[in-house]
Design a protein around this ligand. Structure first.
Ligand SMILES: [Mg+2]
Length: 252
């Protein structure tokens, strides 16, 4: 994200980059070496970037509805989640945007939460190298995501394609919502009760301010790290004391 200064949530954040971010990531690895360590990672906008998926859906919308500008939608047209911005960036005249909002949203809802389309996601910068380093510490890795079970196959394909540690049901686990309908926040709160069954939670990475704040309350001994990629634009500030990094680029 380029516009932290204009973002009421991210502007407040301690945004570590370069050597500071790298030192933080090393600190996490040091903790991962402890016996029974568990490291928790969100997927969307933490390890994986959805912009290619977003752009593909918008391009399909453009093709189906004969909107040439939208049919040329590309990942670089996306800045966060705002599809109006992406439509304008793709070259749609601003006065035509509103007419496409509702039909576009309908197609987006149909395609976005599917295995087929989540295969298109790409790694957040540095995330593959960093996750391999986490794997090498011997810590248990638990991906905790708001994606639902119907997206498991596509998610696992995406891990394999990019070299992220692949779930094996034991050392690497992928926890998903049973259904699309359950709210992410309710699901993640429930997960907090189950995580200690895997071991000692030593680190958590997530991009949603509300989620990192909740993790910190549930696991005060863990190193909770906020990813300042994008977020769902609720007016929740990241708690002071939770460090924030732009991505994992300082690692690779
Ligand atoms: Mg996320």
């Amino acid at each position: 994200m380029k516009h932290h200064a204009n973002d009421p949530v991210l502007a407040a954040v301690d945004l570590r980059t370069g050597a500071d971010a790298r030192a933080l990531l090393q600190q996490v690895l040091d903790r991962c070496g402890a016996p029974h360590a568990v490291a928790v990672f969100d997927l969307d906008s933490t390890l994986l970037d959805n912009k290619t998926r977003q752009a593909r859906i918008m391009a399909e919308y453009g093709e189906r509805h004969g909107v040439a500008a939208l049919a040329r939608s590309r990942a670089e047209h996306w800045e966060g989640w705002d599809y109006r911005v992406a439509m304008r960036n793709a070259g749609l005249p601003p006065d035509q945007v509103e007419a496409h909002v509702e039909p576009y949203r309908a197609l987006w809802r149909e395609l976005f939460f599917t295995s087929e389309y989540c295969r298109l996601d790409t790694p957040v910068r540095g995330s593959v190298a960093y996750m391999q380093a986490v794997r090498e510490t011997g810590a248990r890795i638990c991906y905790v995501t708001g994606r639902h079970e119907a997206m498991r196959a596509g998610s696992e394909d995406c891990f394999a394609q990019h070299g992220l540690p692949e779930p094996d049901g034991d050392r690497v686990q992928l926890w998903m919502k049973p259904t699309l309908e359950e709210h992410d926040d309710d699901y993640k709160a429930r997960v907090h009760a189950d995580l200690p069954g895997l071991g000692t939670v030593v680190a958590v990475f997530d991009n949603e301010p509300m989620h990192v704040n909740d993790y910190r309350r549930s696991f005060p001994e863990a190193l909770v790290v906020h990813l300042a990629t994008d977020h769902s634009m609720r007016d929740t500030l990241v708690d002071p004391g939770i460090p924030s990094i732009a991505d994992f680029g300082s690692w690779s």
